[in-house]
Design a protein around this ligand. Structure first.
Ligand SMILES: NC(=O)c1ccc[n+]([C@@H]2O[C@H](COP(=O)([O-])OP(=O)(O)OC[C@H]3O[C@@H](n4cnc5c(N)ncnc54)[C@H](OP(=O)(O)O)[C@@H]3O)[C@@H](O)[C@H]2O)c1
Length: 223
């Protein structure tokens, strides 16, 4: 029997009309306005998404400086960006993520098999990290940790399909928010739900047309 989750977990994505997460230009202003309006306690982001965001949208990777070794001192109303990264994918580039002005700081979730050199990298730079699971991050355990250590009641998941589909299949998601863009991606589509292996039943909660051409849909997960 799957464990019911007590806190709110919202997957928020911008997609094309044919359900692609990539290969089109999302309306970042709308995407983040909706995300912000949820007033989440944390953002949960996959390591692949951070890597793509830092290397693609961030243009050239900034050189790491002495200030990058310290936790940023930003508005306390901002929230942490939690990133499962058991393989150390972000080693050497995490400072670019930490520099985002809307990020309170980055918190990394690792496992017992994460390379020691990545742990050393995180420690030297004063990143908070947590060991959650043996190989991959244990996702149920991760939410328990969020609740106990960070008093999280609402998580906004803004990630690719790998992490969000795992969460959906594990019964850990309460809501899906989709901002549908007026574009068809076609053959190169990276379908948002492309690797889900069982039906997930939904109840439509909201439908709104924004700026005459974007459609915002919100679904609750039916248990
Ligand atoms: N349109 C949108 O709204 C939107 C939003 C976000 C991202 N994106 C796009 O999505 C793409 C990246 O997405 P993606 O699907 O490649 O990956 P992703 O969801 O960003 O990252 C995969 C995450 O899943 C974790 N993971 C993998 N297997 C796991 C397991 N068995 N148990 C627990 N955790 C596990 C990985 O952790 P480890 O590192 O520990 O393996 C990693 O953190 C990018 O192109 C990005 O631009 C689009």
């Amino acid at each position: 029997m799957e464990e019911q989750h007590v806190s709110e977990v919202i997957i928020h994505n911008s997609i094309s009309l044919d359900g692609s997460l990539t290969n089109f230009q999302p309306h970042m202003g709308l995407h983040y306005t909706i995300a912000r309006n949820y007033q989440p306690d944390i953002h949960l982001i996959g390591s692949n998404t951070v890597q793509v965001g830092v290397t693609l949208y961030g243009n050239t990777l900034p050189q790491e400086e002495e200030k990058d070794f310290h936790r940023p001192d930003r508005d306390h109303r901002l929230h942490y960006w939690m990133v499962p990264d058991t393989r150390g994918l972000l080693q050497g580039i995490l400072h670019a993520c930490r520099r985002f002005e809307f990020c309170k700081d980055v918190v990394i979730l690792v496992s017992e098999t994460t390379p020691k050199e990545y742990i050393d990298y995180l420690t030297e730079r004063n990143y908070a990290y947590h060991v959650v699971g043996r190989d991959h991050v244990d996702l149920k355990e991760m939410f328990r940790l969020f609740s106990e250590i960070y008093q999280v009641k609402k998580t906004l998941v803004d990630t690719g399909r790998i992490l969000s589909n795992l969460l959906l299949e594990s019964g850990l998601v309460s809501e899906i928010s989709l901002l549908i863009h007026p574009v068809i991606v076609g053959e190169s589509s990276y379908n948002i739900f492309g690797n889900i292996r069982k039906n997930v039943n939904l109840k439509l909660e909201k439908e709104e047309i924004i700026e005459k051409e974007y459609i915002w849909l919100v679904y609750k997960i039916v248990r």
